[in-house]
Design a protein around this ligand. Sequence first.
Ligand code: G3I
Ligand code: 9MR
Length: 547
Amino acid sequence: AIRVNQVGFAPLAHKVAVLPAGASGEVEVIDAASGAVAWRGRAGPAGAWRESGESVRLADFSALARPGEYRIRAAGVAPSERFAVRAGVYAELNRAALKAYYFNRSGTALDASHAGVYARAAGHPDTRVLVHASAASTARPEGTVIASAKGWYDAGDYNKYIVNSGISTCTLLAAFEHYPGYFARQRSAIPESGNALPDILDEALWNLEWMLTMQDPHDGGVYNKLTNLRFDGIVMPAQAGAERYVVQKGTAATLDFAATMATASRVLKPYEKQLPGLSAKMLRAAEAAWAWARANPAVVFRNPAGVLTGEYGDATFDDEFAWAAAELYISSGKDSYYAAMRPAGVTASVPQWADVRALAWISLAHHRNSLSAVADRTLIAARIDTLAAALAARWRASAYGVPMQGDDFVWGSNAVALNQSMMLLQAYRLNGKRDYLDAAQAGLDYVLGRNATGYSFVTGFGARQVMHPHHRPSMADQVAAPVPGFLAGGPHAGQQDKGDCKGQYPSALPALSYIDDDCSYASNEVAINWNAPLVYVSAALDVLGGT
Ligand code: G3I
Ligand code: 9MR
């Protein structure tokens, strides 16, 4: 079938469909209800996409700006799924992507008035968490009981990992910093809706309050994770009763915490009346974490013996140091942090949990007009533009019309697509080059259906949507449809779950290595760090994409 973004486009957006081999080059966009032809044109030349082994053609129907519901057809192949053209076309998607964090809250019941059929009892209160042997210190020997409630479950599992929480929370905070008007209006029907904070900040606060408990008050160091010894079974949160631990402090977790608290202290500052003292407390926590990391600059986290849950092990800390330094610089106004960032040696790359350096450039670029004299504004713009130019060049050269290629098909590849879009949008915000906006659109198109699998990868969205994510509540709740608003991890050639999904992968090619089955944690899990760029990009394209 013809592949297209199954949610749709803003009227003035770049609009592209992918035609598989066998399709005629004469393409029509038709009104989905009446069948009337709304646009007619020719597809471009055929090109090979190595990632899926396909030969495809692109049809560019950007000229179609009239709001409506459409399908695309061409002789020789099945028509596309339907999609919309209208202003604010991503508002519902954005609302659901944000609401997904509420659905993954730890330590609270979800009541029917907010969660509908996904209402559930509370699980993992985390009011009595044990200090694991790997984290023992004089002040907190092994077995010390601490309280570490709230936070979001990381993913389809029920553990809480600082390294992954940092990038997730800060991507949401960046979305708010960049598009405050959009998020002032965005209501996700959470218990806090209607209070003085926008919902996105209330949601972030749920996780920030947990993160604060993960810092050892005696030395400023931060535990890597709060976890069971092994993954819970496929049960609802309330049925999971295993002992929970905080395990080993590490340099990456401590710096991610420092960056996150520095960012939050600045974003929450205007809410002093509602959150008295919190902004200052967060900045102090960030500075204490920074000091610990300076004194312990190379503590690599590896799962201690007996701990078998997600590792998020990362052995290089240059990027975390740069990110924490940049956020501390912006929030504290102290020039020494800018020097500590050593910006001349820091490049930009597409962010992911183990590589956070671009988050520094994103924040510096956003605050460029209020930075002190030490900041090199030319360098800030150049770093972002260099990365965006490389991504746009790939997009231009791609048979599929996407920046995604080769090595991008990692565990969680759909988030790579969206983080690429997020970086392209940073450059567009700086210099307004239209190619950057269009290439960013392509990343969202990709996860919403213009990909080799034909799936819309966000639960609840698109005519051909993901139905069986590896997400314990979705698997255990007896509700047929999965919890909505979650981005599935997406295709990648690693197929590390082959043993649990015997014979199910349709192909070994990276862009086709995907199974919509809940056995597939390597291609079909959900995760907080994957949803965050979905929240960012859907908001940004609603705002910048034009009406
Ligand atoms: O670091 C190596 C690199 O040196 C090598 O070149 C490359 C080639 O494959 O692999 C790199 O390691 C990868 C690692 O991520 C770091 O990027 C592994 O192959 C890959 O399997 C690993 O995937 C991670 C996965 O956990 C398994 O550990 C994902 O990034 C990460 O998103 C995922 O996170 C899980 C949590 O552990 C538990 N909770 C659910 C969550 C989502 O599935
Ligand atoms: O459910 C786990 C998922 O959250 C992790 O991302 C994944 C990789 O660490 O592991 C999943 O747990 C599986 C385990 O690793 C192997 N046996 C099957 C488990 C899922 O049912």
